[in-house]
Design a protein around this ligand. Structure first.
Ligand SMILES: Cc1cc2nc3c(=O)[nH]c(=O)nc-3n(C[C@H](O)[C@H](O)[C@H](O)COP(=O)(O)OP(=O)(O)OC[C@H]3O[C@@H](n4cnc5c(N)ncnc54)[C@H](O)[C@@H]3O)c2cc1C
Length: 286
């Protein structure tokens, strides 16, 4: 199991109970690390995500076949029934099967003040954090359709005062601008210079010197699928379709052919370019 977040630990629990031998390797960078609370997880709403992981690890201790290892996997090579996993410290383990539970990495906008506020006063997801922002003055940072339509969502559900900040020129369809305007959502296209302040007292400083004061600001950037997890899509057919392509390859950028029998190791941690955002309206807002 590569990845020991909620997904990897859950999978390890299932496998452990089937009396499988499982090694869970975890680099220790769960996606919601900055968050103090998690929501929408039945029976644990408002619970500490760090405590959830600690409880999960403790539960796994009851299963002798499951071993947890705090270490980054640097590469994997091989094929079904005979994978080799190389750790950052150079040590290796062999495995018959691999499960990639490597999660997702958020890339907040590279605007001074934004990355360090991610998950604390600047949030990525109104579904996770909108409830706490109800009734507050909000801003949505984004310039593609799915992002700015979150402004509409927030205006419908949580706040009468929502401003969309595109941080520069945008190519939003007139239809989207009209929908936002009809709901009273202002769109500001000036570039942002920096963000200051903390939760409930955020200040967005534009390059022209003007300042927008906000109480919470969802959507600081676009999440991308971790390249490791992108590879999960290509590992899955290896396990379930024995007659399919058995190469372990990155579906986003196929590995170059190197000749029969010379499978190159798959490097974990290389970044793939973000998928161009869709300009279609999400069905919920159509
Ligand atoms: C600020 C914030 C708040 C959130 N709040 C909520 C919420 O309230 N409710 C909700 O439902 N969801 C919330 N989420 C989403 C939630 O965090 C994710 O859905 C969840 O973490 C996914 O779990 P995962 O196990 O798939 O991935 P992750 O939690 O990201 O875990 C993946 C693990 O794999 C490890 N890993 C990656 N590559 C390697 C490698 N090569 N070798 C070894 N280990 C590796 C990482 O270090 C990490 O520990 C939030 C996200 C963020 C960013």
């Amino acid at each position: 199991m590569i990845g020991g977040g909620p997904a990897g630990l859950s999978a390890a629990l299932v496998l452990g109970r089937q009396r499988r031998r499982v090694l869970v390797a975890d680099g220790g960078q769960v996606r919601n690390a900055p968050a103090d609370e998690m929501h929408m997880y039945l029976s644990r709403d408002g619970f500490s995500p760090h405590e959830l992981l600690a409880l999960g690890r403790a539960e796994l201790a009851a299963y002798p076949g499951v071993e947890l290892r705090q270490d980054q996997v640097a590469s994997v090579s091989g094929d079904i029934d005979d994978f080799t996993v190389e750790f950052a410290d150079g040590t290796r383990e062999r495995a018959r099967r691999l499960v990639l539970a490597t999660g997702q990495v958020d890339e907040p906008y590279d605007i001074p003040g934004v990355p360090e506020r991610f998950g604390r006063s600047i949030f990525h997801c109104p579904f996770c954090h909108g409830w706490e922002a109800t009734g507050k003055t909000l801003a949505v940072l984004g310039r593609d359709v799915p992002q700015v339509m979150l402004g509409l969502y927030l205006a419908d559900r949580h706040s009468d005062d929502v401003v969309v900040v595109t941080h520069g020129a945008h190519e939003l369809p007139d239809e989207v601008i009209a929908k936002l305007a009809a709901r009273g959502v202002q769109v500001r296209t000036e570039s942002l210079a920096k963000a200051t302040g903390e939760l409930d007292a955020l200040q967005l400083h534009f390059a022209d010197g003007s300042v927008l004061k906000r109480q919470a600001r969802p959507r600081p950037g676009r999440g991308r699928r971790c390249p490791q997890s992108a590879r999960r899509a290509s590992v899955r057919p290896v396990r379930t379709q024995p007659r399919g392509n058995r190469r372990l390859r990155n579906s986003a950028s196929p590995a170059p052919r190197t000749g029969a029998g010379t499978e190159p190791p798959v490097r974990l941690g290389k970044r793939t370019p973000a998928t161009p955002p869709s300009r279609r309206l999400p069905p919920a807002f159509g």
